[in-house]
Design a protein around this ligand. Structure first.
Ligand code: PHE
Length: 453
């Protein structure tokens, strides 16, 4: 692969643009909606600790590997992997790796868009004043009525999917890059304001204690798997989203620095969300293990009862929708880029087809909250199954093979040249992590879950 080659889809205008886009992909519903509720379901502190360890030992090395592979291949993940397989003279079965990522992206987007639809509906509800002075019971009723209605969920899901596709159609520089410039700072400001509010509740320390004081007896095999899955999900790794963004990265950018920055931003966002939400949960007698509805039950109570709550409520949910949008565009980009490269489609057509497929698939998730709520496979609703399959299985498996591919298959000289680490030792540390530590950690956690270990 020559160094002068550029991606046909465009290139980020600067290092900062890539960081914003990749951090934009990382920080999303995973941080603000999912992290609090799975932390609540899995007992708090000990779970958070395992998650943080996974981010550090598995997440960051794999994020670097993905970015590096993307920048070397300069194409959609499927074609990037194919090209690198050829370059390394490796076995053709590696081709499946790119494919699995595209499929995982579709499956995730199908339910991601439904939940982002909830956030959109809540922005609207906040705007029309539905939460003003409402108590916990009324907020609960609003939520229950809402998810009981397939038509409402379909409406908001459709709206969000159309918005995603409109951004993706515009391509790397115009669409993806512009969308994230003002969103990240705004989101952080609102999270910090919410933390400020949480500090005024009587249960602030109870919330902090729940998040940060580990009780290892609460940790089960499954919660360790969920914590690892969350590290993959929240960092957008294991399926090619970061790889495809890496393909648009100019060649003189330090990959290590950007990976630390992105993972750091993402982790701070999740912790801020947790610090904001749990005090509100405890102050209002809600259950931390309330499931996917947690933030939709807890936050409106806060907005309904604090000074300026109407405005903060509207701003917060609008921000949440935009945060989700920056992530959803990266979920579909690998598929769109591939359709453009391989099928010679134009970007518009590629967006319409892939968006339509994910939109249709989303109906499974929508119905699992109402008319099909009793329909279970392996004791899980369709939404729970999709979530478990993608976040806890497909992403870690994808990440495992990405690490092996980057550490064992491609030539050392190539990864060294592409990563441009500041010194030889840090390169060796990374190489050790992707060759041994990250794959072994994923492998042992899987063994642990199936009961072998
Ligand atoms: N990281 C995103 C979030 O936390 C979700 C995501 C997963 C995006 C995988 C892209 C790829 O919301």
């Amino acid at each position: 692969m020559t160094d002068t080659k550029k991606s046909i889809h465009g290139e980020w205008s600067s290092r900062f643009a890539f960081i914003l886009a990749a951090a934009g992909s990382a920080v999303g519903l995973g941080n603000i909606w999912k992290f609090p509720y799975i932390t609540g379901e899995n007992g708090g502190g000990a779970f958070v600790l395992v998650y943080l360890a996974c981010v550090l030992l598995i997440g960051i090395p794999i994020m670097m590997a993905e970015t590096m592979l993307g920048r070397r291949g300069k194409q959609s993940p499927i074609n990037t992997i194919n090209a690198l397989v050829e370059e390394a003279g490796a076995d053709k079965s590696w081709h499946y790796l790119g494919w699995m990522g595209v499929i995982a992206g579709f499956l995730i987007l199908s339910y991601y868009s439904v939940i982002a639809g909830w956030a959109s509906a809540y922005a609207f509800k906040a705007f029309i004043g539905s939460f003003v002075n409402a108590d916990a019971t009324e907020i609960r009723e609003i939520f229950d009525d809402f998810i009981a209605s397939p038509m409402q969920l379909i409406f908001w899901h459709s709206l969000f999917m159309v918005a995603t596709m409109l951004v993706v159609v515009r391509g790397v520089n115009k669409g993806l890059e512009k969308a994230v410039y003002f969103l990240m700072p705004a989101l952080f400001i609102l999270l910090i304001l919410l933390v400020g509010y949480a500090m005024t509740t009587d249960n602030y320390y109870q919330g902090i204690k729940f998040l940060f004081s580990p009780d290892f007896s609460k940790l089960t095999g499954d919660s360790v798997l969920i914590a690892m899955g969350q590290a993959f999900f929240t960092l957008s790794i294991g399926m090619g989203a970061i790889m495809v963004y890496g393909a648009y990265l100019p060649k003189d950018v330090s990959i290590a620095k950007t990976a630390f920055l992105i993972a750091g931003t993402d982790t701070v966002a999740a912790l801020l969300a947790g610090i904001a939400i749990f005090p509100i949960v405890f102050a209002n007698g809600l259950e931390p293990s309330g499931g996917p509805s947690l933030i939709f039950q807890a936050l409106p109570i806060a907005f309904g009862n604090m000074t300026g709550g109407w405005l903060f409520g509207v701003l917060f949910f609008v921000m949440l929708v935009f945060a989700a949008l920056k992530s959803s565009i990266s979920l579909i980009e690998p598929a769109v880029a591939w359709l453009v490269e391989h099928k010679g489609m134009n970007r518009e057509k590629a967006c319409i087809w892939s968006g339509l497929a994910a939109w249709l698939l989303g109906f499974g998730t929508i119905f699992s909250f109402n008319i099909w709520s009793g329909f279970k496979i392996f004791d899980r609703t369709i939404f729970q199954l999709l979530d478990y399959l993608t976040a806890n299985l497909m992403l870690p498996i994808g990440g495992f093979f990405i690490a092996v591919f980057a550490g064992w298959i491609i030539k050392q000289q190539h990864s060294e040249q592409e990563l441009q680490m500041p010194d030889a030792q840090s390169y060796q540390v990374w190489r050790f992590l992707v060759r041994y530590v990250s794959p072994a950690a994923v492998f042992f956690i899987f063994l642990h879950v199936v009961g072998v270990l």
